[in-house]
Design a binder for this molecule. Sequence first.
Ligand SMILES: Cc1cc2nc3c(=O)[nH]c(=O)nc-3n(C[C@H](O)[C@H](O)[C@H](O)COP(=O)(O)O)c2cc1C
Ligand code: SF4
Ligand code: SF4
Length: 265
Amino acid sequence: MIFYFSGNGNTRHAALELGRQLDLAVHELSPAELLHPDTVTLHTNEPIVIWAFPTYSWGVPPVVARLMKHVHLDDTMTAATHIMLTTCGDDMGYTDRQWRRIMHRRGLKTGGAYAVIMPNTYTLMKGFDVDSPALAKEKLKASASRIEAIVADIRRTAEHLDGSTPAYTDMPVRLGWSWAKSGIVYPWFVRFAMSPRPFHSNEGCISCCKCARECPMANIEMIDGRPQWGKHCALCLRCYHACPRHAVAYSTATSGKGQYLCPLK
Ligand SMILES: Cc1cc2nc3c(=O)[nH]c(=O)nc-3n(C[C@H](O)[C@H](O)[C@H](O)COP(=O)(O)O)c2cc1C
Ligand code: SF4
Ligand code: SF4
């Protein structure tokens, strides 16, 4: 079973590919599950569970971390081997350690932690923008062989679930200073840099409702033909990237920045 959260389609693509190649069921975490994890019980028909999510500030997206901590797990879930798949622009830091800690605190058995480099989606700070089309294309092309390598490793894990051989090999993507990025910047980012308050639509808005329709947290309401952002934002940026008029802005931080949605089906 693969449970995934995806803002702009990168993780969705990776999760669907893994599901197709490993013949596993794939489930997108819904707004109701993400908002009220303590009212939800997860179940799997397979001995392997893959948690798939993008890397946010060298860590697990807070909405996903909260779900993994508080969701009810039935016996099939507690008996399964749990695996992590993250997609990132170029550096996951110690996202895997954070994920593994959550799993182990719940008494769950873990297998490999894997990362796939995909095009960057973060545009909300100075110096951060989407990749050039050429770099995005290159990353998407390279992601196919990375996913194949991950599939091969998970197959090995599946063949040795009895623990007969240490079967998996983590495949992280780290650029250095991970302790500072994940240990210092991540908590700061979660506390001070994830507010949806700076979101607004500008005069280019044509009231098409796409931002509201596509928000994976159901956090946008249309009022008088314009989007209004609520408080339950994952900062996934789908509203920003999916707007057909590039009319979603985050204070002035997004001015002159590009848009990106994963083109892979
Ligand atoms: C809030 C936020 C924080 C991010 N932080 C990181 C990061 O720390 N390292 C990184 O390599 N990419 C980072 N990214 C880029 C995404 O992890 C990457 O583009 C990912 O593939 C997006 O997946 P998605 O399309 O499923 O949302 C960040 C993106 C967002 C929106
Ligand atoms: S997607 Fe863009 S154009 Fe459509 S309602 Fe939202 S802000 Fe307006
Ligand atoms: S409001 Fe925008 S950034 Fe926040 S969760 Fe919804 S789509 Fe993502």
